[in-house]
Write a protein that binds this ligand. Structure first.
Ligand code: SF4
Length: 385
């Protein structure tokens, strides 16, 4: 069986080369050819000894993902649907801005967390991606974009692990992939410009802090546990207080001095002034010291969710409550609307493998706003520049 070299970080590639009887610096050369020059054919790697190239041809490969669909939005956003075999597809999205190019990358085919407002969550979980499949999204996008845009310099400056899947539930593949992104001999991205977004897998937040601290975004989406239990079911295992304590610990090692809280604005569900005030009290009083930014995300409706987007005026009013409390708050621009660029939308016709839809319909019990207002406080995920 041949090894897919996209699976290896530099240490992994050095170990592979050693098994072939080659020195570490050969791994470095190979690593640069693959990631910096986008080479997948060993014959193109002209400064590698011919004997090594011959060995590689029989023991290794650089296997990219197959592109099933490519959609280019009028605003420059590009979305790819990649085949990951077994009837599974994953998405990656490139979002160009004046001062940066951000790639949103998937970590799993489907997702087991089953957030109510997420198209991917409604598809159920199929499998974890390998490190190579995570890296292959960046490898393809970077080298495609250089050609497409006629550039020789790096196009992608930021990576956000915010595509399909919960990255911290695929930890063993995630960390080597992050190391490839950060390595100066590969993509050389700054830790501040690589963001892992989690729905709140508390123990793995701690491990990420030890193993590979990068910028952290937390999908919060609710201001108290009663509501978050409904919107982000993982909250039943790791409630808000526990999550915020993990954020505090992470901040001690994080490359940035804040956590980004993602908050999807759902009409009549989590978007009232009361919710905004609860959030302020969470991060300013109950868990003071969790320095944070809020990123308010306009919901991208899809039929199965039964949810709708908060009106813009409501989003502005919500943002004002947070800003007035001194919390930096941004409202995410909707990008690529004409190509269904929101997470999971393109793969939305992927079959519901685990009857997640049926299960969600059973527990569709989000309390209406008036009821939420009576919940006592005590009861109770651009991101980087
Ligand atoms: S929001 Fe993220 S964690 Fe939640 S279901 Fe979607 S992909 Fe999974």
């Amino acid at each position: 069986m041949t090894a897919n070299l996209l699976d290896y970080d530099l240490d992994g590639l050095a170990a592979f080369c050693e098994r072939l009887g080659e020195k570490r610096f050969r791994a470095m050369q190979l690593f640069r050819w693959i990631h910096q020059k986008g080479a997948s054919n060993f014959d193109d790697m002209s400064d590698l000894a011919k004997s090594l190239r011959e060995k590689l041809k029989t023991t290794a490969c650089v296997t990219p993902l197959t592109v099933l669909q490519q959609h280019i939005s009028t605003d420059g956003t590009i979305k790819w649907l990649f085949d990951v075999e077994g009837g599974n597809a994953i998405e990656a999205v490139f979002i160009p801005e004046v001062d940066r190019g951000t790639l949103c990358v998937s970590s799993q085919a489907g997702c087991a967390v089953a957030c109510r407002f997420c198209s991917t969550g409604h598809q159920g979980f199929s499998r974890n991606l390998t490190s190579g499949e995570i890296v292959a999204q960046l490898w393809f996008a970077e080298h495609f974009l250089r050609q497409y845009l006629g550039r020789s310099d790096r196009v992608i400056s930021n990576v956000v692990m915010m595509g399909m899947g919960e990255p911290l539930q695929n930890y063993s593949a995630l960390v080597p992939a992050l190391r490839v992104m950060l390595d100066d001999h590969a993509y050389g991205l700054s830790r501040r410009r690589v963001t892992v977004s989690t729905s709140g897998v508390v123990p793995m937040i701690d491990r990420l802090g030890q193993d590979c601290p990068v910028a952290l975004a937390v999908s919060l989406h609710a201001s108290n546990d009663v509501l978050r239990d409904e919107l982000v079911p993982l909250n039943r295992k790791y409630p808000i207080a526990e999550l915020l304590r993990a954020c505090l610990r992470y901040l001690k090692v994080a490359p940035r001095d804040f956590i980004t809280f993602e908050y999807c604005m759902l009409d009549g569900v989590n978007d009232s002034a009361i919710h905004a005030t609860e959030l302020v009290s969470l991060v300013r009083t109950a868990h003071a010291g969790v320095w944070c930014k809020f990123n308010l995300i306009p919901f991208n409706p899809f039929p199965e969710s039964g949810l709708t987007r908060s009106p813009h005026s409501v989003v502005l009013a919500f943002a004002k409550v947070l800003s007035d409390a001194g919390i930096v708050t941004t409202i995410r621009k909707t990008r690529g609307d004409d190509i269904d660029a929101a997470c999971g939308q393109l793969a939305g016709d992927v079959k519901d493998r685990t009857d997640v839809q049926k299960r969600m319909n059973k527990r569709r019990t989000i309390p209406i706003l008036a009821e939420m207002a009576m919940v006592p406080h005590g009861k109770e995920d651009s991101v980087n520049d």
